[in-house]
Design a protein around this ligand. Sequence first.
Ligand SMILES: Cc1ncc(COP(=O)(O)O)c(C=O)c1O
Length: 344
Amino acid sequence: MADVSSASPVFASDNAAPAHPNVLEALHLANEGHAASYGADPVTARAADALRDTFDSPDAEVLFAFTGTAANIISLASAVQPWHEILCSDVAHVLLDEAGGPVRLSGAQLTRLPSDDGLIAAGELDRRAVRRGAVHHSQPHIVTITQSTENGRVWTAPTIAEFVDHAHDLDLLVHVDGSRIANAVAALDVSPAEAIGDADIVTVGGTKNGILFGDAVLVRRPEHFGGIHFVQKQIGHLASKHRFVAAQFLALLDDGLWLRTAAHANAMARRLSDGMAALGLHLASPTDANEVFVDLDPDVHRGLSQSYVVHQPDPPHPAVRLVCSWSTTDSDVDGVLSALQGLL
Ligand SMILES: Cc1ncc(COP(=O)(O)O)c(C=O)c1O
């Protein structure tokens, strides 16, 4: 299935980065004696508290999953009935990159809304809400947005607040796919709670930001997500040795590490996009967080691919994606810039 290439994966994805040493150390510390399984252990309780504190959500329930895809599916599938409609952007990971999982596991329809690089205008929700009530149509029930978006954009605090409030006015629930929420918080320099607005449920990314494996679900209004623990169990994401997933989050949230790693990734992306612009390349979208999208002509793309694994998200559109992580270095960035200079 997967291509094995000798090209460097350093910019292929933030998933290609190693785990942060503090995370590995936390795993070592958690590996002490026996502990209750399936999340009934003290490490999990502390990690859940840390997430509640971080997002200023004292009444939230917290669940952990092995992947971001599962965290999204658990969030959405527990919100809806098969006659419901889940709204998302036209570039949403849940729509394009989860192999239909949210539809299969919820039975609900997924409807794409037009967006600007994943940023959806609040008015798009009105058009769907008018279809409410007629028995012939799937009923809009929840909208999912991504912070930061699949195209590397960040919802500003006022914009996400307005969007979420408007969704609530229309009686829609809101899920935030925060697979890269740390990058958004670091970029915006606001509190984590401001970066998600009044969202009802949030996927809080870990894997892309220094964890070995694990994303969390912050359920801020549990009354709308009845059965969420059963969905998690049904799809095999209730870890038996739960303390090891949770310990990684504890390490990441300790003393603001998650925002320092994300700020570093963002700074590397900024260095990369500034360097590309200086080479005369056209950026396909603004670099708001840790992902850089640049238009490359096919020869340059082919040449670059000899040395670097890069992803072209929407072929034949010429945009190519390069992702920076907590472990990307100045010299990694300078290396790819000089490779590009040689190809131009
Ligand atoms: C925006 C977004 N959401 C969710 C995911 C899913 O994460 P995972 O690959 O861990 O399932 C990704 C992964 O690339 C992503 O980019």
